[in-house]
Design a protein around this ligand. Structure first.
Ligand code: HEC
Length: 187
């Protein structure tokens, strides 16, 4: 009985260690990245809600188009950290993932589909001292006006005008829309 409890405990600890190496968990950039992602999420979310209520989705497109990149840029920590959003299917080609980010996004999609709850995230440091943090962004009901399977015609037209290569529609609530990404330069 005692031995069994012990084994289970060890198993849990090993599981945690495997998902987040101790050195990474102690890296101050992990906590800083989580904070940057949370700030961008709440600032963007409240501006979006406000704009949707005030002027509807067609006008709110400008919040995403002009304010979202500016908000992310404002959160950059000098030259040391770059904050942004990416996805497997992007609306703005400037948000397209590099090969590494694509692999992480694919892993996130599997974890979400497998029913993982809580923030789905990954933090990786490279031997050169640089690091990358990513956290999955899940589709909410509010997102469907501009990312859902059935867009209102004026929304579709406004999006087509600015994003002729838009791939970011057809999402359903609970599906992964994309991820926050924070890239840390080696210091
Ligand atoms: C009013 C329309 C609108 C709504 C509502 C909206 N978005 Fe977007 N979204 C956009 C536009 C426009 C862009 C392109 C922004 C840019 O040019 O960087 C975008 C880009 C994104 C991106 C960056 C990757 C890409 O496709 O370029 C993510 C991630 C994203 N949206 C997630 C969400 C989530 C999650 C919600 C719901 C909480 C949401 N959006 C609601 C219009 C919208």
């Amino acid at each position: 009985m005692h031995a069994a409890t012990h084994t289970t405990f060890a198993g849990i600890c090993l599981g945690l260690l495997a998902s987040l190496p101790t050195s990474a968990a102690e890296d101050p950039r992990l906590a800083a990245s989580r904070e940057l992602a949370a700030t961008l999420q709440s600032e963007l979310g409240s501006r979006l809600k406000q704009a949707m209520t005030a002027g509807g989705p067609v006008q709110a497109i400008d919040v995403c188009r002009m304010e979202a990149p500016a908000m992310a840029a404002r959160l950059n920590l000098g030259a040391s950290a770059r904050v942004g959003r990416t996805a497997l299917r992007v609306r703005n080609p400037a948000n397209a993932p590099d090969a590494g980010a694509r692999t992480v996004l694919e892993g996130f999609a599997h974890r979400l589909a497998a029913g993982e709850t809580g923030p789905i995230e990954e933090f990786r440091t490279l031997p050169d001292g640089s690091a990358r943090y990513m956290q999955a962004i899940v589709t909410q009901p509010m997102c469907l006006a501009c990312h859902g399977p059935a867009l209102a015609e004026p929304v579709r037209q406004a999006l087509a005008k600015h994003y002729p290569a838009d791939e970011a529609t057809g999402f359903r609530v609970g599906e992964m829309r994309g991820a926050f990404i924070v890239d840390w330069k080696a210091d």
